[in-house]
Design a protein. Structure first.
Length: 555
């Protein structure tokens, strides 16, 4: 197997214009290159190659990708064959996993993990905790559970094993406090859970306190090897099973995963102290499994499940949500012997789209006509992030859940106008706003670190023309034709930096809340008290925005 480092090094050497240009004749067109598409018959060139993005995209048939994808499609090769073809063409030597000349990575985490495991059996408190949670010895061994002692003991062990402290800091098992100029161990008096990459290399640790530290759980800091937003705990142990079963169960904690594996649910994984993010999606797409989210039923758990369900449904994932009520979690149910009950719950999760719509419905008093209308609009905004077929399918579901309240599916309107020509005219008249939304989407694609900042103040539903593309961008589906088209479109500009983004958001949101204020002022369907409340609320937001302060979005 070709090593990932080798693949990335080859890709860094490739130039998309050079690769594609060796197969088809390219002509300069602004900052891009164009040609008749080699994958379908056309008279007018709609095949674009972007040297800046290092991708190609056909506006006619939707074909697109990077240099490797082009060679795969053109030469009818599989992925490894295309890599070897390109390596041969560019005089590049690929390395393979059985190559003994590969540079060894640091062994400090591996050694520490072995040591932590030996210490677990020697510490009475740690051993008692493991036993009390119902964890078997076989699970301790399978997951490599250990115990980290006091800081000085760990630092002494690192030095005694001939590792440099800087190496330990770089790998995230030690830290340095510049104020006190002291080095310290990251994990102190904690049960340790080693975290592995998908290919089985240890990249970090999770730690659970057993002596009353303020933070119940801590994880390794971000390092060159450890990115918690791209990793799933125990994925290395679950990947074979999840491919075989065609299903992955995602939980909120280490112990849930361990106990589920212990009960036979060996396709369970967990996020690492963070919500499910767009960066997790490429890992989840491998093998195209059904995704079951197993979350706590408290307020935080339901909010996390709602966010994940929106992300997964917009990304086209199949699966659903299982919510654990009454303060229980999967680990508790396994310990209590309720394994068959768990199996039934996992077999019948609530479908993502239905879960999102039901959660939206639960936020409104549907006996109030105005709230019923607001609820329907929020539901419609969410449906617009889905494919056209799913929109049609679930508008009936939304209407039916609005209850025996006289809501017909025909009232759930998913387009602004009734015919395509009129709608096209509206888009044409609002070119500036349309281009602003496209710029926002392109900014998300090129600067994903700004996503959280954007979502704090703006919900995808308030985009009038491109809410679906925005949802796809948030889901990380960069290979879909709609987003590739935006990426290679030179007329769509990326917002330069955070300051430019903030300024644009302030302008956009000011106009948005001014429109909402006008709607409230002319509304005849709410009480005087409600109208006064919303007027104060929107005026307050507008005032803050005009003072240059971004305001948190509230649905």
């Amino acid at each position: 197997m070709i090593t990932q480092d080798s693949i990335e090094a080859l890709k860094a050497r490739l130039d998309i214009v050079d690769v594609v240009g060796s197969y088809v004749e390219l002509k300069k067109a602004g900052g891009n290159f164009k040609a008749p598409c080699p994958f379908h018959d056309e008279k007018s060139p709609s095949f674009v190659v972007s040297p800046q993005k290092q991708i190609y995209h056909c506006f006619g048939c939707g074909a697109g990708g990077d240099s490797v994808k082009f060679v795969m499609e053109y030469e009818k090769l599989n992925y490894p064959e295309a890599l070897e073809k390109l390596a041969e063409n560019y005089n590049f030597t690929l390395t393979y996993t059985d190559n003994k000349n590969n540079k060894p990575r640091s062994q400090v985490m591996d050694k520490l993990n072995e040591w932590y495991q030996t210490l677990l059996t020697q510490n009475a408190t740690a051993s008692a905790y493991i036993k009390d949670r119902g964890i078997y010895e076989s699970s301790v061994e399978k997951f490599g559970i250990g115990y980290a002692p006091d800081s000085q003991s760990t630092l002494r062990y690192i030095q005694n094993q001939q590792f440099a402290i800087k190496e330990a800091i770089d790998m995230g098992v030690a830290g340095y406090n510049p104020d006190t100029r002291q080095t310290y161990a990251r994990f102190i008096e904690r049960i340790t859970f080693p975290i592995f990459s998908a290919n089985g290399s240890i990249v970090g640790f999770g730690g659970r306190t057993i002596t009353g530290h303020n933070a119940k759980y801590v994880n390794s800091p971000e390092t060159a090897y450890f990115n918690k937003s791209r990793l799933l705990y125990a994925y290395n142990l679950a990947k074979q099973s999840l491919h075989k079963k065609g299903e992955i169960i995602i939980t909120e904690g280490y112990l849930d995963v361990i106990m589920l594996h212990q009960a036979g649910f060996d396709n369970a994984v967990a996020t690492l102290g963070t919500a499910l993010t767009a960066e997790h999606l490429p890992l989840l797409r491998k093998g195209n499994p059904r995704v079951v989210m197993a979350y706590d039923g408290d307020k935080a758990g339901r909010a996390a499940a709602l966010k994940a369900s929106k992300l997964l449904s917009a990304g086209g994932f199949n699966g659903g949500v299982v919510v654990f009520e009454g303060g229980l979690d999967p680990a508790d149910m396994v310990k209590e012997g309720r394994v068959e009950e768990l199996a039934n719950m996992f077999r019948k999760p609530k479908v993502f789209i239905e879960f999102v719509l039901d959660e939206i419905l639960s936020l409104f008093d549907l006996s109030n006509p105005k709230e019923k209308e607001s609820c329907m609009q929020e539901g419609i905004a969410y449906l617009k992030t889905l494919s056209p077929i799913l929109q049609e399918e679930y508008k009936t579901y939304l209407a039916s859940r609005l209850g025996g309240l006289g809501v017909s599916p025909s009232l759930v309107k998913l387009t602004n106008k009734t015919n395509a020509n009129t709608n096209a005219a509206v888009v044409q008249k609002n070119t500036h706003r349309d281009m602003w939304e496209l710029s926002l989407i392109k900014t998300v694609l090129e600067k994903p670190y700004l996503i959280e900042q954007i979502l704090d103040v703006l919900d995808p539903s308030i985009l009038q023309f491109h809410s679906r593309e925005f949802a796809l961008a948030l889901a990380g589906d960069v290979d879909v034709p709609e987003l590739m088209a935006i990426s290679v479109d030179e007329s769509v500009q990326v917002l330069a930096d955070e300051n430019a983004l903030n300024a644009e958001l302030i302008t956009f949101l000011t106009r948005y809340y001014e429109r909402e204020l006008k709607k409230i002022n002319i509304s005849q369907n709410i009480t005087f008290e409600e109208k006064a409340f919303y007027i104060r609320k929107f005026r307050g937001k507008i005032a803050k925005l005009k003072q240059g302060e971004l305001v948190t979005y509230e649905s």
